[in-house]
Design a protein around this ligand. Structure first.
Ligand code: F6P
Length: 330
């Protein structure tokens, strides 16, 4: 694990980056309060990487962390900054933070955010620890990411409602959930919601297979079905699937795209607890002089994984769950 002299740290900067995720505020709160508890000062960097460039640093205090635990989104705002791929942009960000007295960082975000964080340490020895915050749950080195549990529950509630109307009208529905490069949300929601078929980036279910599946159910007397599709790289792909199913089988599929509704709302208890544990662990990791790494959970226990080991690796959706979804809906 990369090391640095922890006694030099007086002020920690915290930022959220990439897509927001429910529970990010709980993580900001925990990291801030644990840092303050140990006599450190804390600055929030507004908007993530763009805020480093525009010098938007705000003091975070015990009081300013009140009444945010239960709120979705991120009080620090978030964003994506493609220019952060340029070394001169990163150097400017580091110069601004050093001038503002920030000595170390906590980054709450996903894979893309961690890539920038890793470079800040590699190029400038800026101590930094990452917290996995994304609804996609696709970060290697942690069993769960902050926001995933809430997103799954939001989608599940919607699917239960859709099932009522699908059953009343004997209809076929395709429900599109989020998940850019991975099917964690789709598979969890598919199993918990009793979906007939799940389309997700790592799986290659064909339209013909899905049609066979629906027909098999109809032969048993089933009159309504729900298919789940992860949006992948093409939000709205559920419409393409519906059209392909209609052309090949004549079945008329209704489409429901859940979209960003899955990113909003109050975090579940599981997300609040995970975020609180990880926020605290990030500060303890920095206090031990460890950095250039991510804190996560594995088998329920806190873990620390160097960015160099986690970045670029693909976390696989559990085969057992995929197989279970197949068998339960056969
Ligand atoms: O990575 C998180 C995520 O919510 C994905 O599930 C989704 O595909 C993507 O972000 C949407 O991004 P944006 O908010 O930029 O539309």
């Amino acid at each position: 694990m990369p090391q640095f002299p922890a006694d030099k740290i007086k002020t920690i900067g915290i930022y959220t980056s990439g897509g927001d995720a429910p529970g990010m505020n709980a993580a900001i709160r925990a990291a801030t309060r644990v840092a303050l508890f140990h006599g450190l000062e804390v600055r929030g960097i507004v908007g993530g990487y763009p805020g480093m460039l525009s010098n938007e640093f705000m003091p975070l205090t015990q009081g300013s962390m009140g009444n945010i635990l239960q709120r979705g989104g991120t009080i620090l705002k978030t964003g994506r900054l493609p220019e952060f791929h340029q070394a001169d942009v990163r150097a400017k960000a580091v110069a601004n933070m050093r001038a503002a007295g920030i000595d170390a960082l906590v980054c709450i975000g996903g894979d893309g955010s961690f890539t920038g964080a890793h470079l800040l340490f590699q190029e400038h020895k800026f101590p930094i620890v990452g917290l996995p915050g994304t609804i996609d749950n696709d970060i290697f080195g942690t069993d769960f990411t902050i926001g995933f549990d809430t997103a799954v529950n939001v989608a599940l509630e919607a699917i239960d409602r859709i099932r009522d109307t699908a059953a009343s009208h004997d209809r076929l529905f395709i429900v599109e959930v989020m998940g850019r490069d991975s099917g964690f949300i789709a598979v969890d929601v598919g199993v918990a919601g009793g979906a007939e078929e799940i389309f997700f980036p790592e799986n290659s279910v064909t339209v013909d297979e899905a049609i066979d599946h629906i027909k098999r159910g109809m032969a048993r007397g089933k009159k309504s079905s729900i298919l789940i599709a992860a949006e992948g790289r093409k939000p709205g792909r559920a419409y393409d699937l519906a059209e392909a199913i209609r052309k090949k089988s004549g079945f008329d599929a209704k489409v429901c795209i859940l979209g960003h509704i899955q990113r909003g709302g109050s975090p579940t208890a599981a997300d609040r607890i995970l975020a609180s544990r990880l926020g605290a662990a990030a500060i303890e990791t920095l206090r031990k002089g460890q950095c250039d790494c991510m804190v996560g959970v594995s088998g329920g226990q806190l873990t620390t994984v160097p960015f160099a080991q986690a970045l670029g690796k693909k976390k696989a959706v559990g085969r057992e769950l995929i197989e279970l979804a197949r068998v339960l809906s056969y």
